[in-house]
Design a protein around this ligand. Structure first.
Ligand code: BG6
Length: 507
């Protein structure tokens, strides 16, 4: 087991070959290859490195390289460094084959053996499943059948699995079972790209590298927590996938639960993968189960109708998007009230919401503290004073701010709300990254801290299952119930109003 690497003192990965299944797709072009380029720029890839794209397209190595060369400049930070690209490009290879075809996996194996000899990649292999999810289990079965994931020769073999990891608890369990039949758990790297975001990783650092917050990080001082992942975009050509998934499956058991777990977890005994994942897992297991009859009071669904898009122009409603059913019941917004049943958090609601076509793009975690026990400042009505709130801004304006009351300059005693604000860009400058750099680097290093363990994924699905079941059985009669550009349906406001609370403004 390795420990987390300090990025400022990071050493290059060891020799390895990365195999990308679904290499002709968007993820490879927009994220994976640009992330490899950024790693190479920071000298974090071994010189003994190669990529093998595997897919159905009739590509040669040359055509694969040209295909990626034609778009790499659009996806990397700054101007493309031609020498660096040449370094990476000559390490790109392609094997044409169908995902279910055993002979193609045989060809892949021979090619990898040749690459081991030519590029000294040492027999270490990272298999990256960048395909639609229905291929995950069949690919792993083929890898197992062709002996490609056996580590008996001393090299390491790891498999990175993209999301979505199942579409409900049963399918996630089945997928874990299929992976477990071929691989050891330590060979499986379930990716959640939110954990690749610097600001998400910083939640741990903020909480556990600083002594001043932990004493107040509990039910005695915290009134409630709001986690918001708002997007301004609609479904952007992904209607076919999205209409079968919906906002709950797409965002909650994965990205939002990761944010929640990092916010609520106990301090791990070390930063080793198992220690961190154990503590995250305990939070997910402590999420109070939502009974079917509670779904109506604990969860809200919404679907956008026509309205205003990010640029202020008119946009169509969800049901008019390409590849979306004209009478679709799929939700594009979800809000939930969650409770973490443990000593630290008993009775502290975690309100979470996410949606498409919101008024702003904004991901944040807001910790709202309890009010001062006694308000002696009569001039300022207590209810006018916003309570102390600590906001961890994940994107786009990355930073952390603390809201508190201060005396306004005046002859009488008046209190105004002010912010103490830390901005990432001001301190560290802005560097474009895909969010996949750390994750790829860690997978090549064998550090699974930022990847999801089987039990963690299943715990997430377990919590949302009753909601999926109830919503699946009861059509939403009021869809579309918010206009594009609005902050979700009015029922989301009522969810908090019932508890005497309000959502933070989105724009
Ligand atoms: C993906 C979802 O996992 O995350 C998308 O499938 C969503 O629907 C995206 O848009 C959001 O990621 P980010 O990094 O843009 O916040």
């Amino acid at each position: 087991m390795t420990t987390r690497t300090d990025p400022f003192h990071a050493t290059p990965t060891g020799p390895n070959a990365m195999v990308i299944f679904g290499a002709g797709g968007d993820l490879t072009m927009r994220k994976l290859v640009p992330a490899l380029y950024h790693l190479a720029r920071h000298k974090l890839l071994s010189n003994d490195f190669a990529v093998v794209g595997f897919g159905g397209r009739d590509y040669s190595d040359e055509v694969f390289r040209d295909h990626l060369a034609s778009c790499i400049a659009d996806h990397v930070d700054g101007e493309l460094d031609r020498d660096l690209w040449a370094w990476l490009s000559e390490r790109l290879h392609y094997v044409q084959g169908k995902l279910g075809n055993g002979a193609a996996f045989g060809r892949l194996g021979s090619r990898l053996d040749r690459i081991d000899a030519e590029r000294r990649t040492g027999g270490n292999r990272l298999f990256y499943l960048a395909t639609p999810p229905e291929f995950f289990a069949p690919i792993v079965a083929q890898l197992g059948g062709s002996g490609l994931v056996s580590e008996s020769d001393g090299g390491w073999r790891r498999v990175v699995v993209e999301k979505p990891f199942g579409h409900d608890l049963a399918s996630a369990q089945a997928l874990n079972g299929a992976l477990g039949g071929v691989l050891r758990e330590s060979q499986v790297y379930r990716i959640d790209h939110y954990l690749g975001k610097e600001t998400v990783q910083n939640i741990l650092v903020f909480r556990f590298a600083n002594g001043i917050f932990e004493p107040v990080w509990n039910r005695r001082y915290i009134d409630h927590v709001q986690i918001t992942v708002a997007e301004q975009l609609g479904v952007e050509g992904r209607g076919r996938y999205y209409d079968g998934a919906g906002a709950l499956r797409d965002m909650v058991p994965n990205h939002i639960f990761q944010l929640l777990a990092l916010t609520a977890m106990e301090p791990p005994v070390s930063f080793e993968a198992e220690a961190v994942r154990n503590e995250k897992g305990k939070v997910l297991q402590a999420l109070q189960p939502i009974a079917p009859e509670e779904v109506i009071t604990r969860a809200v669904r919404g679907q956008y109708g026509s309205g205003t898009g990010a640029d202020g122009g008119g946009v169509p409603g969800y049901r008019a998007e390409a590849s979306v059913a004209a009478d679709s019941e799929t939700e594009t917004f979800v809000a939930m009230k969650l409770l973490v049943d443990n000593w630290r958090w008993a009775g502290v609601p975690f309100y979470v919401r996410t949606g498409k076509r919101m008024p702003a793009r904004l991901t944040e975690i807001a910790i709202q503290f309890k009010r001062a026990p006694f308000m002696m400042f009569r001039e300022t009505a207590v209810e006018q004073l916003a309570p102390n709130t600590l906001v961890m801004r994940i994107q786009p304006d990355e930073g952390i701010s603390l809201h508190f009351g201060a005396k306004m300059p005046s002859a009488t005693l008046q209190i105004g709300g002010v912010d103490m604000d830390f901005s990432y860009t001001d301190y560290f400058g802005r560097m474009r990254s895909t969010g996949y750099e750390t994750l790829l680097y860690d997978a090549m290093k064998g550090d699974a801290t930022l990847f999801q363990r089987a039990d963690n994924v299943e715990a997430g699905w377990r919590t949302v299952s009753p909601i999926l079941d109830v919503w699946g059985a009861l059509p939403a009669r009021d869809f579309a119930n918010y206009a594009a550009g609005d902050a979700g349906p009015s029922a989301a406001d009522e969810l908090l109003a019932r508890d005497g609370r309000r959502w933070r403004a989105l724009a």
